[in-house]
Design a protein around this ligand. Structure first.
Ligand SMILES: NC(=O)c1ccc[n+]([C@@H]2O[C@H](COP(=O)([O-])OP(=O)(O)OC[C@H]3O[C@@H](n4cnc5c(N)ncnc54)[C@H](O)[C@@H]3O)[C@@H](O)[C@H]2O)c1
Length: 371
């Protein structure tokens, strides 16, 4: 992979002055991406629900100053279509979703509606455009039919989904594929000038995630209150990566899609290197180390809903065809993440500047924290 600073300059060539319709801009990944787009000089219109907490990353980064923000539901097709057609975007980055597995057991139908039908609504908006538009749609590694085997999943493996969240994202992919075939068929690209790529990433970690039932936020909340960390599945192996890794992948994918829509209108995995899939227990031990103190205990609940045990991604396609590769191992990703939260708890007022520094440090592969 070429020098990341050069990469950033190249991304500027693609995105500077471009109109980006970003769904999920108030969320964890969306807020980081919004910040990067502002650093790249893009013009962003966001579409999502209100951030849930005052301390959400969107507020901490002064998100309202970085974009024109539409607060509305993906299921409101009229509002969504109007927001897209009024804006006339060059790119759509679709991140908005109900993204939580455990919540999906409580609200399965909403999860299917938001994720699958919500995506159809975004694509309907895109269909109304009479100008070129390139979409990067974010699904997940959980779209794969999970065989609980040791082999990493490739983009052409069978899709599936045990829990409602995973199944809803697999449905999302079918929706995208159908629109890609029916309305944005690459054989007729010269007529419609639209192209869609799909990005599948695994669990990401990074500062500013406060979602319930996600490992890192749960750990940080406990540690910051001086409580013991409770973990459910100590041996579950997950591919961990810092949030900036897939975000860089999405941005590169958008660039490639623009340059060669025929080739890149397809799905790509973005995950860590093979050896960076670590058990939850090891991640907690590392988090405690970087926090400076703390302890954990395991509380297994025999009645807890099913969660996949083992899931690894094969990232060869992104390596070879996009020129993307992970910069951090799981240890460094966790160091970056815990350092962000430490900084938040010690100096909230400067967290936007600290976040920007972490982005720049990532892009120049510097060690953690402020110099
Ligand atoms: N965080 C992860 O580890 C992870 C892993 C794999 C895939 N993903 C995917 O990445 C994307 C972003 O995830 P995240 O972690 O930032 O989630 P998040 O919960 O922090 O953000 C979700 C965003 O979607 C918006 N949203 C939710 N329901 C909506 C609705 N009905 N209408 C309009 N907007 C709605 C929220 O307002 C928010 O802006 C999602 O598509 C998720 O499935 C995340």
């Amino acid at each position: 992979m070429e020098n990341l600073v050069n990469m950033f300059e190249k991304l500027k060539t693609t995105y500077k002055g471009k109109k980006i319709f970003l769904t999920g801009h108030t969320g964890f990944k969306g807020s980081w991406l919004l910040k990067i787009f502002s650093m790249l000089g893009a013009e962003v219109k966001g579409y999502a629900l209100t951030p849930e907490n005052d301390f959400d990353l969107y507020h901490l980064l002064n998100g309202d100053k970085l974009c024109s923000s539409v607060i509305a539901d993906l299921r409101d097709r009229q509002t969504l279509s109007k927001a897209i057609t009024d804006f006339q975007p060059d790119f759509i980055f679709h991140l908005a979703a109900q993204p939580l597995v455990r919540l999906s057991y409580d609200i399965p139908v909403d999860t299917f509606e938001i994720n699958a039908i919500g995506t159809a609504n975004v694509l309907e908006g895109m269909r109304q455009l009479t100008k070129p538009c390139y979409a990067v749609m974010i699904t997940t590694d959980k779209v794969y039919h999970n065989n609980e085997w040791v082999y990493p999943y490739r983009e052409n493996d069978r899709l599936g989904g045990y829990d409602p969240y995973s199944a809803s994202k697999a449905c999302t992919e079918l929706v995208i594929d159908s629109y890609r075939n029916s309305f944005f068929n690459i054989n007729k690209y010269s007529i419609h000038q639209k192209a869609i790529a799909v990005a599948r990433a695994g669990n990401v970690i990074g500062g500013g995630d406060w979602a319930k039932d996600r490992l890192i936020p749960d750990i940080i909340m406990a540690l910051s209150k001086g409580e013991q960390v409770e973990i459910r599945n100590p041996d579950a192996v997950r591919p961990w990566q810092h949030v900036l890794e897939p975000l860089l992948g999405y941005l590169l994918l958008g660039t490639k899609l623009l340059g060669n829509p025929e080739k890149y209108s397809t799905a790509f995995n973005f995950g860590p290197n093979f050896n960076d899939a670590l058990p939850v227990k090891q991640m907690v031990e590392l988090a405690v180390k970087y926090w400076g103190n703390g302890s954990y205990f395991v509380k297994q609940n025999p009645n807890q809903p099913h969660e996949a045990g083992l899931l690894k991604l094969d990232i060869s396609k992104a390596l070879v065809e996009i020129g993307w590769k992970p910069q951090f191992n799981a240890d460094t990703a966790l160091d970056y993440t815990v350092t962000w939260y430490n900084s938040y708890f010690t100096d909230k007022d400067n967290i936007a500047a600290f976040t920007q520094k972490q982005i720049l440090n990532f892009l120049t592969n510097k060690s953690v924290g402020l110099e």
